[in-house]
Design a protein around this ligand. Structure first.
Ligand SMILES: Cc1cc2nc3c(=O)[nH]c(=O)nc-3n(C[C@H](O)[C@H](O)[C@H](O)COP(=O)(O)OP(=O)(O)OC[C@H]3O[C@@H](n4cnc5c(N)ncnc54)[C@H](O)[C@@H]3O)c2cc1C
Length: 415
């Protein structure tokens, strides 16, 4: 693996690979499925390229919520954990949205259209307003808002345009968030979806198959001066929960109740205690209730098969707004992400994919689009067909990498 420390070294590596007819793939933090990461050629990591280059207040630019906008240019190899911390501590600025964890790199997270959850938020890639890419011939491609079509093509880039060395993101003033987890009855939650998405900054839920229960995670903005009070509330709740544990479980079955307040840059730190793998599909928001009902019914039906099927996955359900990035699962479509988490302890659940597969139903019947960074059983070409702008993406890519230097054996099927 090669680890360049600056742009000049990246250019040298790419030119050397070109001269030798070698393939090149770039790795961020390696949190994606192997299919899009592996290579028989040079594997390049930009972990040494991690400077925040500039933070500029954009005069007169505010989000609909009234947040002041800032444009942040950062070297592409920076890991989000350091990026979020430095951005908040030095500049009091944050990314408007992030996913469950903050281990990924800047170029890596935008490459696959990674997302969080909340009715008004598109993917993280949508906040990219500029990119700098070292192409196969060693030339530098600068993409800005002045060429919106090219920007839409390269935001979710899959690492196939070249080595992304710098990214400019539209960020906002940092703020505090209060998060609440609750056990709920799933049908009730589905009935309240519109309100939940409107009233909360972020909203998602985890559905537990073979029950009618789910756990909701809602959050809203909170003024930081109330932090102390919130901590006291949390401690009190902990004590109450200890004494009333039995009652709580009667009420919520799988549910529990946690409440905390954090600045946004400390919010995205989901604690993963076990290895898991995940398939994630985005379906149109309007059809989500119908789709959930069909899958719930099928799961129940499968329980009575001659060889009964027990679904031991947990389903993470998240919501995002439509956007214009060509390869985003959210392309021109407000969507719901259906994420099947397979805890690897329950290795039998892997076998079950071939027996019974909700993702097939979501893709074939509900026009679902798979997440590029997650596990897949599809070829790159099959995956590409789920995206209306895939052909435009392929054509644009060819202009910048005509020899296919940045395409690995999995992606070669589609590019
Ligand atoms: C525990 C866990 C939690 C997750 N949570 C979420 C979540 O909440 N929401 C969500 O949407 N996804 C989530 N994901 C998926 C994850 O966000 C994506 O797979 C993301 O792309 C990984 O970023 P990375 O930095 O690890 O990039 P990698 O996985 O290393 O690379 C991803 C792609 O980017 C390319 N790439 C990386 N750096 C560069 C560069 N400098 N130039 C050109 N190409 C580059 C690679 O070649 C590859 O194609 C999660 C994954 C895990 C394992």
């Amino acid at each position: 693996m090669l680890a360049p420390a600056n742009k000049e070294e990246v250019i040298r590596i790419v030119k050397k690979a070109g001269g030798e007819g070698q393939k090149v793939r770039i790795i961020g933090s390696g949190h994606s499925d192997d299919s899009i990461l592996t290579t028989s050629g040079y594997l390049v990591s930009l972990h040494k390229m991690k400077e925040i280059i500039s933070v500029t207040k954009v005069d007169g630019c505010f989000t609909p919520e009234g947040d002041q906008c800032y444009d942040v240019t950062v070297q592409a190899g920076k890991y989000l954990k350091e990026f979020f911390e430095e951005l908040a501590e030095k500049y009091d600025v944050c990314l408007p949205i992030a996913g469950d964890i903050n281990e990924q790199s800047v170029a890596g997270i935008i490459a696959t259209g990674s997302h969080g959850s909340g009715g008004r938020f598109p993917s993280i890639s949508n906040y990219v307003i500029g990119l700098e890419i070292v192409k196969a011939d060693g030339e530098i491609l600068k993409v800005t808002q002045e060429d919106p079509k090219l920007l839409d093509a390269v935001r979710v880039h899959l690492g196939v345009f070249g080595v992304v060395t710098e990214v400019t993101l539209r960020c906002v003033q940092n703020y505090h968030i209060r998060k609440i987890r609750r056990g709920r009855v799933m049908d009730e939650v589905l009935g309240e979806l519109e309100t939940k998405l409107k009233d909360n900054e972020h909203f998602e839920f985890f559905y537990f198959p073979h029950t009618d229960k789910c756990q909701t995670v809602s959050s809203h903005r909170y003024v930081s001066s109330d932090k102390q009070l919130d901590q006291i509330t949390l401690e009190t709740l902990r004590v109450i929960n200890t004494y009333f544990d039995l009652i709580r479980h009667q009420n919520y079955n799988f549910g529990y109740f946690i409440l905390f307040t954090k600045p946004t840059h400390r919010y995205y730190m989901y604690l993963c205690l076990m290895w898991f793998s995940e398939i994630e599909i985005a379906i149109p928001y309007e059809r989500c209730k119908e789709a959930f009902q069909e899958i719930k019914d099928l799961i129940e039906e499968a329980r009575n098969w001659q060889e009964p099927y027990m679904c031991n996955q947990i389903i993470e359900v998240r919501f995002s707004r439509g956007e214009t990035s060509y390869l985003s699962p959210l392309y021109l479509q407000n969507s719901v992400f259906w994420g099947e988490l397979y805890y690897l302890l329950f290795f039998l659940s892997k076998r079950n994919i071939s027996v019974f597969s909700p993702p097939d139903i979501l893709i074939d019947k509900y026009g679902g689009r798979p997440h590029w960074g997650k596990q897949t059983y599809m070829s790159a070409r099959q995956r590409g067909r789920c995206f209306p702008k895939f052909t435009d993406f392929v054509e644009e890519r060819l202009k910048h990498d005509p020899t296919g230097m940045f395409v690995n054996s999995y992606l070669a099927d589609a590019f």
